[in-house]
Design a protein around this ligand. Structure first.
Ligand SMILES: [Zn+2]
Length: 212
């Protein structure tokens, strides 16, 4: 049975666009499609779908995938909410070692690690709990670490227009650890800065050192 036949059967007939249009599907259709994908993955590796241990596994896979990818349905306004406040000083604000969990878009396998953010405020600051929310909004999607790092910096810039912001991310990629080169101890570091060119050398040095 082809994928389209299986999906058509699941959805009770009707044609389904698997590519670009798939983003516009209703929630039930997405859940059904993800469940079918779970079944297909098990079939592809030679599992027996009738095995008792796999009872409802495709449904659990679909539910987990929805949580892992919940960032697609969030906006920056959702993540930041009411968490923007007037700045009371000019000092550096830093939040270090916020954990994140994301999915590599090249292998559909997880990568995870820690992200640290430091910024020099202008007139506004961001509630500290909002930084992890912004990170989660972008991490809970299919990603590459470089883009994720830049998106967090850009989102903070958009939310509070700081004088400068630096985001540093370290990630362990399951696609490198479980397969391929099998380098279990390797960590990927990415960094993205906005506005640092307008700082003095001293300010820039202090901003970067607040992340180390
Ligand atoms: Zn990968």
């Amino acid at each position: 049975m082809t994928l389209n036949e299986l999906i058509s059967m699941k959805l009770g007939g009707g044609k389904l666009a698997l590519r670009p249009g798939s983003g516009a599907m209703a929630g039930d259709e997405k859940k059904c499609l993800a469940t079918s994908a779970g079944e297909l993955i098990l079939m592809a590796v030679g599992e027996d779908l009738a095995r008792p241990g796999l009872d409802r596994t495709p449904e659990r896979f679909a539910k987990a995938l929805r949580e892992i990818c919940s960032g697609y349905t969030m906006t920056l306004a959702d993540a930041v909410g009411e968490g923007v406040f007037p700045a009371e000083g000019k000092g550096i604000v830093s939040v270090k070692d916020v954990e994140f969990y994301s999915m590599c878009e090249h292998h559909m396998l997880p990568f995870y690690g820690q992200v640290s953010v430091a910024y020099l405020p202008n007139e506004k600051i961001l509630g500290l709990s909002k930084i992890p929310r912004v990170v989660d909004m972008y991490a809970r999607r299919f990603q590459v670490q470089e883009r994720l790092t830049r998106q967090v910096a850009d989102a903070i810039t958009e939310a509070i227009s700081p004088r400068a912001v630096v985001v540093k991310m370290t990630g362990s990629h399951m696609c490198m650890m479980m397969r391929g080169v099998e380098k279990q101890a390797s960590v990927t570091t990415t960094e993205f800065a906005v506005g640092v060119e307008s700082l003095t050398e001293t300010e820039k040095a202090r901003l970067y050192s607040s992340l180390s």
